[in-house]
Write a protein that binds this ligand. Structure first.
Ligand code: DUC
Ligand code: ZN
Ligand code: ZN
Length: 474
């Protein structure tokens, strides 16, 4: 029997901490050896000369097959989303299991697991979305689920029907504190958006571009500050997801200045898109409708500064795909009557890493180690998967993306492998591309070709994260 199942030879390994030339020896799905020359005693050898060997991307913020309202269907099921993720250099994705009003969490999970079963090219793990925090949910279901490895959940401060009132937020936060779970917060003020939406509609301003007008920066800044204050009252760490601008970032800096454990995420759309993208001909702007909306160049600069200076712990896609040319997607009949009804979200799981690599690493804004931290290692740490996932170390799962750092490409829909019919990053020129994606020692994508199967991905129960531990301040 060979010493290794696979040796990746001759590449440059980069982790969140180090960059070094090393072969990577893989046995039984795990990393078994790192050395300058591991010889050739392996069932399979991949030559990685001139390539980067990175921990596979972990995208901890994706939406797959999530209920999205009457007549609206997400563009991706688990198979298409995880295939797309693999082509984008990802080895784990974390979608959201939505609790609908009146629904039990176990019931929601049972349905969601059934959708994922045997349909994943990469590993998956679910966050819950809590929309109905009844006493049974918070007192019984959620604590038991955290024990079962569902150690994070999201709450909305926006969207009628999903948004929690402040008292409910406090109750959910208190439950997170008790159970040691991580709470993710979508911070936009629901009432303020409703008010502005009504005003815009009354003035006949219903085109997709007014989606951005209806959710200005103040709406996000206020909710960010409120979420932080509510978390401080309860003494619970929180993660503010999809932060889009400098004023929200200021709230996070302020909280950290007070010693609070407030973590933050930003996404590609806040680095390379702006509000102007929503101003397309006819309904074209609907392709960019997501929340919070892309802002302006000043906000992009603020997000870059946040990435460079450590405000942001994680960089996720917020992949939430709807087809454009489809009445069940962006061109729903109601959506033509007002931006209010255009499904919120854009595809991005396949392009997240290239955008940050090219705009960040290749342009010298961040180094490769920070890139790995932001796109893989910190996701594993924050959500209880580390060190099994998120690094290249002896004993860790052999989840690896092999990158060609010199490969130049223009992003276009023709290159994508998901269920959407457009990419919001069409035409963006990038340098650096993932060529081979390996999940637990087995290639899913090899030299740009799909070689994995849809039942290769595993479901990952997670530990409680030390990032979510209360600070014992109250
Ligand atoms: N929030 C998300 O996190 N994703 C898509 C839509 C939304 O509002
Ligand atoms: Zn959100
Ligand atoms: Zn999201």
């Amino acid at each position: 029997m060979a010493a290794f199942d696979l040796i990746i030879k001759g590449g440059t390994v980069a982790t969140a901490a180090d960059t070094f030339n090393s072969d990577v020896g893989i046995r039984d799905g795990r990393i078994a050896a790192l050395a300058q020359d591991l010889g050739s005693d392996a069932a399979e050898i991949i030559n990685a000369n001139g390539k980067l060997i990175l921990p596979g991307g972990i995208d901890s913020h994706v939406h797959i097959a999530q209920p999205s309202g009457p007549g609206i269907v997400m563009a991706d099921d688990f198979a298409s989303a995880t295939r797309s993720a693999a082509f984008g250099g990802n080895t784990t994705v974390m979608p959201f299991c939505l609790q609908e009003k009146g629904q039990g969490l176990r019931q929601a999970l049972k349905h969601y697991h059934a959708l994922a079963e045997g349909q994943c090219y990469v590993d998956v793990s679910f966050h819950m979305i809590i929309s109905d925090p009844t006493s049974t949910v918070l007192g019984q279901e959620l604590p038991a689920l955290v024990d079962d490895g569902y150690t994070s959940f999201k709450v909305f401060m926006t969207y009628e029907g999903l948004a929690l009132a402040d008292k409910e937020m406090l109750e959910v936060f208190a439950c997170a504190r008790e159970t040691g779970a991580m709470v993710l917060v979508h911070a936009e003020n629901c009432d303020a958006i409703r008010f502005l939406t009504e005003q815009l509609e009354a003035a006949g301003r219903t085109a997709p571009k007014y989606h951005a007008t209806s959710r200005p920066i103040a709406v996000e800044r206020e909710a960010t500050h409120r979420a932080i204050s509510l978390a401080e009252l309860v003494d619970v760490p929180i993660t503010i997801v999809h932060v889009s601008n400098g004023e929200a970032i200021d709230q996070i800096r302020w909280a950290r200045g007070r010693g609070l454990k407030v973590y933050a995420e930003t996404c590609p759309q806040y680095l390379v898109l702006t509000e102007k993208d929503l101003d397309g001909l006819n309904m074209e702007g609907a392709k960019y409708v997501c929340s919070p909306p892309p802002r302006d160049e000043e906000s992009q600069d603020a997000c870059w500064a946040g990435l460079e200076t450590g405000v942001f712990d994680i960089f996720s896609s917020d992949h939430c795909p709807f087809r454009y040319d489809d009445p069940a997607g962006k061109l729903t009949d109601k959506g033509r009557t007002s931006f209010r009804w255009v499904p919120n979200g854009i595809p991005g799981v396949e392009t997240r890493l290239q955008v940050l690599f090219s705009e960040g690493v290749a342009k010298g804004r961040i180094d490769i180690n920070k890139f790995v931290a932001l796109t893989s290692t910190n996701h594993a740490k924050m959500y209880g998967l580390y060190p099994r996932k998120g690094t290249i170390a002896i004993g860790s799962d052999a989840d690896i993306a092999i990158w060609d750092p010199e490969h130049e490409e223009t992003i276009s829909q023709g290159l994508m492998h998901g269920g959407a019919d457009y990419t919001p990053y069409e035409g963006l020129k990038v340098k650096g591309w993932p060529v081979t994606t390996i999940v637990r020692g087995k290639a899913v994508v090899r030299d740009g070709e799909l070689v994995g199967e849809a039942d290769a991905g595993e479901y990952l129960p997670r530990e409680r994260s030390p990032y979510a531990a209360t600070q014992g301040r109250s």
